[in-house]
Unconditional design. Sequence first.
Length: 295
Amino acid sequence: MPGLSRKLPVWLPVLVLLIAMISIQGGASLAKSLFPLVGAPGVTALRLALGTIILAIVFKPWRLRFTREQRLPLLFYGLSLGGMNYMFYLSIQTVPLGIAVALEFTGPLAVALFSSRRPVDFIWVILAVLGLWYLLPLGENVSHVNLSGAAFALGAGACWAIYILCGQRAGEEHGPATVALGSLIAAIVFVPLGTLQSGELLWHWSILPLGIAVAVLSTALPYSLEMIALTRLPTRTFGTLMSMEPAMAAISGMVFLGETLALQQVLALMAIVIASMGSTLTLRRESKIRKVDIG
C-alpha cells in the first residue's frame, strides 16, 4: 500500500516488536515441551520447516525480486536466522534459560552500543546492561555454567547481531515478505541437519500439531513482525528495545511457571523497561523511521 509507511505513528513499530516478543515467549514454552521427544535439533527443524511453509503461503516469496546489493545480506540474514534458533535451543539443554538469554542478548546489545552516537544513547544502553546484570545474576552462577552451552548461547547472540544488521539491508524493499525467503534459506541448511539428529519421530502425526503451533508463535508471526519494526527503526533503537526480551522471559516464568522475583530483580526489570522506553522517546524525527512499504 503506497504511502502507508509515511503515516505510521512513532509508537507502532515498537508495539509490533512487543507483540513479536510475547509470541516468541509462548512458542518457547511449547518448544521446551518437545525437547524430550525430538531434542533441540529436531525442534529447530520442525519450527523452520513448518514456519517456512506458512510464510511461503502468506507472502509468496517467488514473486520477490532482489537487487545484487541485497542478495548477500539476504543470504546472511537467512543463515543467521537458522543459526540463532539452532544454537539457542542447544544452549538451553545444558544452561539455565535465564543465563542463556543473558548471554544471547550480548548480540543485540553490541549492535546497540556500536550504533550509538549521542551521549543519551549510551545512557539507555548502560541502563539496559545494569538491568540485565541484576535480573540475571551472572556473578553468582557463571562458574557453574556448562561451557559448551554458554558457547552456543554466545554463538546465538552473534547470529542475532547479524540478523539485525543484515535484516535491515535485505528487507528494505519487501519488508516482512523478506522473512519467507530468509526462513527458506535457514530451512535448507538446518532442517536436514535437525532431521538427521532426531530420527523419524520428528515427522510423526502426533508431533505435528505442537510443531505447527511452535512454528507460528516462534517463527512465522514474530519474525514477520520483527521485520516490520526492523525496517522502520534505527539499528540502535531496535537493539536496545530487544533488551526487553529477557525481561519478558522473567515475567513469563512468573506467570506460567510460578517463579518469583526478588525486589532487586523487579528493579532490574524496571531499569530494562525504562531503557527501552527512553531509547524510543529520544528518537530523532529525521532518522527514526525508514520509509518502507509493506510488500
